[in-house]
Design a protein around this ligand. Structure first.
Ligand code: F6R
Length: 353
């Protein structure tokens, strides 16, 4: 009988318990439904919503932006960087999101947005961002502290939905939300470390990706999940990963797969039962064309029927795959020493100026 490589060989690699935090993600989402802004955000007439954040904190904005594109009359865009886009002003809602509250780019965007008369709200667990929100009397959702931003997506995402709803922008009705939470709860039981690889989709995918560079493709809703997979593989498994979207990749990237180096890359297509027929055809054709040169080609399907369930289930699966890839690579999924070192050096450079 073949033995599960995760059970025997990876002991001691997760001393801080990232697996427990991942397993608790569905209940984190339920708890997050109770988090709200104080003071509340009032209903406003908006022409644009901008979610400002970096890294693990910005992802909730990507999710909302994807969900909003065919549901809301105003665009939701994500701003990652210093300052603010020229379009920000009265009529814009800027939600500054930083789990730690210490991210300088996000603080600078909030300051710029306030200077231009935008409506603003803040999502954070504390830090300078919480202090600024309190000083300016801004709606502030105070998040439970102690997690890593990338493992706090439930706390970041659901209150962001709630903020938009207070502003009159409803993105997901209660039944759609409840279905998503139920699917996540089922997945939490199916993907955890105690389930052997033969019966665990996340472990199987991690084993298939082992030794290759993942290239994750999505389209529309799933393109957002593809980007999240890439960043989770990088931060959790400390492995370079890439993402792309269809149909765009068929107009450029597909040529790159002809290179003999493509044997070191594994393409993962995030599918969606609701994707356009044209996209489904492209996934099939693209897979056929790159199969001979790629190190592997895999398709992954979401769970549930509603858009929220489909999106969150793909993201949750990717988080677990990244976790198991970390274990297979012999790395602790929790720390991000390179990210911390950049931040440390930035602070040092700033204090010398
Ligand atoms: C670390 C992580 C990073 C941070 C980013 C911004 O787990 O995910 O991508 O999210 O460095 O920091 P915060 O989220 O605190 O604003």
């Amino acid at each position: 009988m073949s033995r599960d490589p995760f059970l025997a060989d990876t002991e001691g690699l997760d001393p801080r318990g990232a697996a427990r935090i991942l397993a608790e993600f569905p209940s984190q989402c339920r708890q997050a439904l109770a988090l709200s802004a104080s003071p509340p955000l009032s209903r406003a007439s908006l022409r644009h919503v901008v979610v400002a954040g970096m890294g693990g904190s910005a992802v909730c904005g990507d999710l909302v932006s994807a969900l909003a594109s065919d549901r809301l009359p105003v665009p939701v865009t994500v701003w990652r960087g210093y300052g603010a886009p020229a379009s920000i002003g009265p009529g814009t809602l800027v939600v500054a999101v930083s789990y730690s509250g210490a991210t300088e780019e996000t603080i600078s965007t909030l300051e710029a947005a306030l200077g231009r008369g935008a409506t603003a709200a803040v999502l954070t667990s504390g830090g300078a961002l919480a202090a600024l929100a309190q000083e300016r009397g801004l709606p502030l959702v105070r998040l439970p502290a102690g997690l890593l931003p990338r493992l706090a997506l439930g706390y970041l995402f659901f209150p962001l939905l709630g903020l938009l709803e207070s502003a009159g922008l409803l993105l997901a009705q209660a039944p759609e939300r409840d279905e998503a939470l139920r699917e996540l709860e089922l997945m939490g039981k199916e993907l955890g470390p105690e389930r052997a690889d033969a019966d665990n989709e996340a472990k199987r995918l991690a084993l298939a990706l082992r030794g290759r560079v993942p290239v994750i493709y999505g389209s529309g809703l799933t393109a957002v999940a593809a980007y999240r997979w890439k960043t989770e593989v990088e931060e959790i498994a400390k492995l370079l990963a890439f993402h792309g979207s269809l149909p765009e990749a068929d107009h450029n990237e597909i040529e790159g797969w002809r290179d003999p180096l493509a044997a070191g890359f594994h393409a993962v297509f995030l599918r969606d039962p609701e994707e356009d027929d044209a996209v489904a055809t492209r996934v099939r054709l693209t897979g056929e064309l790159i199969r001979a040169s790629a190190g592997g080609v895999t398709e992954v399907w979401p769970r549930g029927r509603g858009r929220l369930a489909r999106l969150l289930s793909l993201i949750y699966l990717g988080d677990w795959v990244s976790y198991y890839l970390a274990l297979l690579r012999g790395v602790d999924p929790w720390p991000v020493p390179a990210i911390e070192e950049v931040k440390r050096r930035l602070r040092a450079a700033k204090s010398r100026r």
